[in-house]
Design a protein around this ligand. Structure first.
Ligand SMILES: Cc1cc2nc3c(=O)[nH]c(=O)nc-3n(C[C@H](O)[C@H](O)[C@H](O)COP(=O)(O)OP(=O)(O)OC[C@H]3O[C@@H](n4cnc5c(N)ncnc54)[C@H](O)[C@@H]3O)c2cc1C
Length: 430
């Protein structure tokens, strides 16, 4: 049966490459079509001023089991590829929480009880909240917003501002008043409740194209598959027992196609197929949220007190010291997740604000040699309550959908993308 299958995959992001690796592993012929010159999609390496950057600073969690497994499978070494930080949340000068070396969830409870920058009452209230979430098994009868959840569990304004809001925006890339409480609880359940290592924060030493998609391409090609970059798909057409894929190079026929392109492209490619009208409408209903990353190249002597640090009531939400993470000394990244007033500023104005913040908070008075703002306007879907995300399985048996926006427990993350790709591969290989 394996010989009869021949799968075309549209998109060489984390979802498409995970699907391709899993299929190649089963001896199934795969061809990946990627429109960009490099793999990785929304988690890709970019070069600017001879410096290797990412399109945005990403972070993995220890509980991202499938992503870490796939990185390992294609030749990565999870111990060597990452700087691994135990759970810690520091908002510079305002709040600090660090998990001790204890089993989960004790590590979190102690961290909450010892947190600095909030009152004893607030510490107890946060710990009671976590215990209450455990009692309900991190599961709500019906989904509500994160704001509504925090009110229900009497989390006061300081706790919200210093702990839950930064956590929610970092995890869901959606403001608390719009974010799904159930999806946040899914992330808390998987990262905080089982093993202590699940809540570790992993920052790769290498860029996100090199971390997985490029290694995956080598793995696939060694097993006879093809990975075609700068080869965008123009149309998809269902035919008898399969589907055709048309690019500028010509048309190929496959038994199955996995569409692993971003939502906006998927709706264009699938919009002409009558059987998929409802799926396309479902994708079109998704709203999106931005992520801005500002890279600033300071002299090599400039460093932050920690590799990763939060900021309180500033434009910059999280700062990363790439010198401490990957040996790129003097290179700092400031991340601003979700919608906000920063979108009203030009890139130059925003850069000036961030430079002033670095000066005010850390006394960095040198000017950066350069600053690069990367604004990903549709970085993730807006993770609101009761979202109806499209299934990986579509009304056409020869067409599957992969991508972080397809149905699943997770918000738009690398792990969500990888899981969706593996699910498509499972359906086809079964
Ligand atoms: C700035 C930023 C920061 C983020 N931070 C984090 C984080 O810290 N942790 C985390 O887990 N997640 C993070 N995410 C989310 C994560 O990057 C995404 O969830 C994930 O990369 C989505 O992967 P995907 O394969 O579903 O989609 P994509 O990465 O969008 O892949 C789709 C691919 O399809 C290609 N394509 C498009 N059109 C065509 C066509 N016509 N033909 C062929 N190919 C096509 C695209 O070029 C792309 O390579 C972040 C995202 C951004 C943008």
């Amino acid at each position: 049966m394996a010989q009869e299958l021949n799968v075309g995959i549209v998109g060489g992001g984390y979802a498409g490459m995970a699907a391709a690796v899993a299929l190649a592993d089963c001896g199934i012929a795969v061809t990946v079509f990627e429109s960009a010159p490099h793999l990785g999609g929304r988690a890709r390496g970019v070069t600017y001023q001879d410096t290797r950057l990412d399109n945005g600073q990403h972070l993995l969690l220890g509980c991202y089991r499938q992503t870490l497994h796939m990185i390992k499978k294609v030749g990565g070494n999870v111990e060597q590829d990452f700087l691994r930080l135990p759970l810690q949340l520091d908002l510079h000068r305002e709040f600090s929480l660090k998990a001790p070396q204890l089993p989960a969830p004790l590590h979190l409870l102690i961290a909450l009880l010892k947190a600095q920058g909030i009152s004893l009452g607030e510490r107890l209230s946060a710990a009671r909240f976590m215990l209450a979430l455990r009692r309900i098994n991190f599961s709500l009868d019906h989904d509500i917003t994160v704001t509504e959840l925090l009110i229900r569990y009497r989390q006061d304004a300081t706790l919200v501002k210093k702990l839950w809001e930064p956590l929610c925006i970092a995890a869901l890339n959606t403001p608390v008043h719009k974010a799904s409480a159930q999806v946040l609880l899914n992330v808390l359940r998987d990262s905080l409740n089982q093993s202590r290592a699940d809540s570790d924060m992993l920052l790769p030493h290498l860029d996100y194209t090199a971390l997985f998609p490029q290694r995956a391409a080598n793995y696939i090609e060694q097993r006879g598959g093809k990975v075609l970059t700068s080869c965008g798909v123009k149309t998809l057409h269902p035919v008898e027992n399969g589907m055709t894929v048309t690019t500028a190079e010509g048309t190929s026929r496959f038994s199955h196609v996995i569409c692993a392109a971003p939502p906006a492209v998927s709706t264009k490619l699938l919009g002409t197929i009558a059987a998929l009208a409802e799926t396309v409408a479902q994708i079109n209903r998704l709203e999106h949220q931005p992520i801005y990353t500002l890279y600033l190249q300071y002299p090599a002597t400039v460093r932050l007190p920690q590799p990763m640090l939060g900021m309180y009531r500033r434009y910059s939400q999280w700062l990363f010291d790439k010198g401490q993470i990957g040996g790129q000394h003097g290179l700092l990244a400031a991340v601003i997740s979700a919608e906000g007033i920063h979108q009203e500023l030009s890139h130059d104005e925003l850069a000036r604000k961030v430079i002033a913040e670095l000066n005010a908070e850390f006394g960095i008075d040198e000017q950066p040699a350069w600053c690069k703002v990367i604004a990903e306007k549709r970085a993730t879907f807006c993770c609101s309550p009761d979202l109806h995300r499209p299934s990986q399985i579509t009304p056409l048996s020869c067409l599957l959908l992969a991508g972080d926006y397809t149905t699943g427990d997770y918000p738009a993350t690398l792990e969500g993308a990888v899981i969706s790709g593996l699910k498509c591969a499972d359906v086809i290989s079964a």
